[in-house]
Design a protein around this ligand. Sequence first.
Ligand code: ATP
Ligand code: MG
Length: 253
Amino acid sequence: MSKIIAIANQKGGVGKTTTSVNLAASLAVLEQKVLLVDADPQGNATTGVGYDLKELKATIYECLVDGLEPKEAILKTDIENLFLLPSNIDLVGAEMLNFEEKESVMAKVLAKVKDDYDYILIDCSPSLGLLTVNSLAAANSVMIPVQCQYFALEGLGKLLNTIKIIQKRLNTALEIEGFVLTMYDGRVRLSNQVVAEVRKHFEEMVFDTLIQQNVKLAEAPSYGQPVILYDAECRGSVNYLSLANELLEKNKK
Ligand code: ATP
Ligand code: MG
């Protein structure tokens, strides 16, 4: 069975891309065949696995807008089993699409390759615009990174409301895979308060794994590497492997 998970939160800088890249890499290391879909014109997931945005020959944009076969745009990465559907700034144009069923284009594109993978992870942009709506419409579930910082819960109501509307109108099967607490620092009282608050609010929907603050996670993208290639022993690698194991366990049949 293959599963499409959108990694979304319209709040910027909460760890969507770090989670997409490193969860995808960890699942691949755990012998899952994984497609990482970059659905953000910033292209951070694309550079995060080592590609230069200026040298891409085809991107998700052409798949969404010109009907290019996704297989023609999908790239290999340095991790066996991990593949990338890249993006760059061109994707901004897809926010302005205006044709029939414009919310379901991503679902149609991913349906063409879905059976080739165990997991497809979509790194969403920090907005609730058309691209994120497309990603949520295409997904089986949504994973929501929450940063252990001030105002962590701010904006979540709006996101959950958008998810409800999509469940009603576009994708009745969309589930919430869970909330992932990111950039946790156990020495800081605020971090622990956020964890307690999010767990109280969302209970068993919160993953047990905490993604700790770890400088290696911030350094790895500048080398174009998931953290597991950059430093397999660091806390970031251990945390994302644990998250991957938790996800696999949860989805075991
Ligand atoms: P955007 O909304 O712009 O797409 P995002 O939600 O994808 O942002 P990231 O790019 O993953 O967020 O993370 C924001 C910044 O925080 C990045 O510089 C990243 O390297 C850093 N970062 C993310 N997670 C951690 C962590 N656990 N420890 C240390 N730094 C982190
Ligand atoms: Mg991002």
